[in-house]
Design a binder for this molecule. Structure first.
Ligand code: C5P
Length: 314
């Protein structure tokens, strides 16, 4: 995916709207290391982009303006604190352009769901404004800017399946034979705060409730190469799952809900509360969705596939 041939080149003199689609992410492997002096934790993670998308449209304008519809509309502030606005301003500063654009966000990725929805929207803003303003940055330069906005943003520019290290911002693609995995996402009624989940992990470690485990995802990477969902399911791991369940005990029941249809490997996504289940195929995924929706243990469930590309002009 880092191949220059794949970099989308903006058309010169573009005046019409630019539409960018950006996926949600799950973490197939998330080992959290020590708390650093800067307040972030050292991570060893495997990111995986899935086919649940937000869409950002950028049009020429006289100022920078953001509107939105869908998930979280009316709750998410649209001011300077919004990651989309911050991303657009950062790109403008770095390229010497006036930060002028009319941006419209259509959200499907739930807010505070452990799916990096806000980071996805920031990645979309970088790619959309790069095309609108003809700044023509490479994906690598966009990824550098992305890291200043949030730890997950560089991955959402890249997409696919990738290793993440540092605080998650250093990403490199995982080389695995092409294979489509089928997943089910179960959304909770209410989000969880990422800093609160990390703080709960620190608290559990300080009190000997949780340990720090060495982070290398070797068994997971081997499982990805084998293209067998049962083998992959057995290697999924997330250090934030324990803390997320401590803060939201009912997640335990959600994770067990699809047992009757033998979902493979239920796991909390990132800092939660979204739960992810691996399915054998598309039909199995549909069965898992049906069981979850009947259970009343989640707001809604949906089947997705991965890996999919990162933020792209469509
Ligand atoms: O990087 P981002 O702003 O998305 O991170 C949100 C919060 O998640 C941070 O403020 C921090 O509390 C926590 N975090 C962390 N270690 C990481 C990534 C995020 O503690 N590697």
């Amino acid at each position: 995916p880092l191949d220059e041939a794949e970099v989308e080149r903006p058309r010169l003199g573009r005046l019409g709207p630019v539409r960018v689609r950006v996926p949600a992410k799950i973490n197939l492997h998330l080992r959290v290391g020590d708390l650093r002096a800067d307040g972030y934790h050292e991570l060893n993670t495997v990111y995986h982009a899935v086919s649940l998308y937000d869409e950002l449209t950028a049009r020429p304008g006289d100022t920078l303006a953001l509107t939105m519809e869908g998930e979280g509309a009316g709750h998410l502030p649209l001011d300077e604190s919004n990651l989309v606005v911050r991303a657009a301003r950062l790109l403008a500063e770095h390229t010497g352009r006036p930060p002028h654009a009319r941006l419209h966000l259509r959200k499907n990725i739930p807010i505070a769901g452990g799916l990096a929805g806000g980071s996805a929207d920031a990645a979309a803003a970088l790619v959309a404004c790069d095309a609108l303003w003809n700044t023509g940055l490479s994906r690598d330069r966009l990824a550098d800017l992305a890291a200043d906005i949030g730890s997950d943003v560089p991955f959402l520019v890249l997409g696919g399946t990738a290793l993440g290290t540092g605080r998650g911002e250093r990403v490199s693609p995982v080389l695995a034979p092409h294979h489509t995995w089928h997943w089910v996402l179960a959304f909770a009624e209410e989000g969880l705060s990422t800093p609160a989940v990390y703080a709960e992990l620190d608290h559990r470690r300080a009190n000997g409730i949780a340990d720090t485990v060495a982070g290398e995802p070797d068994t997971l990477l081997a499982a990805l190469r084998q293209r067998d969902p049962e083998i992959l399911a057995a290697t999924l791991v997330n250090d934030l799952q324990g803390p997320a369940i401590a803060l939201r005990p009912e997640l335990m029941r959600t994770l067990m809900a699809p047992d009757e249809v033998e979902a493979l490997g239920g796991i909390v996504s990132g800092s939660g509360p979204t739960c992810v289940f691996l399915a054998a195929d598309a039909r199995h995924a549909a069965e898992i969705v049906a069981v979850l929706e009947r259970s009343g243990l989640c707001r809604t469930a949906c089947a997705v596939t991965g890996p999919v590309p990162g933020a792209r002009v469509v």
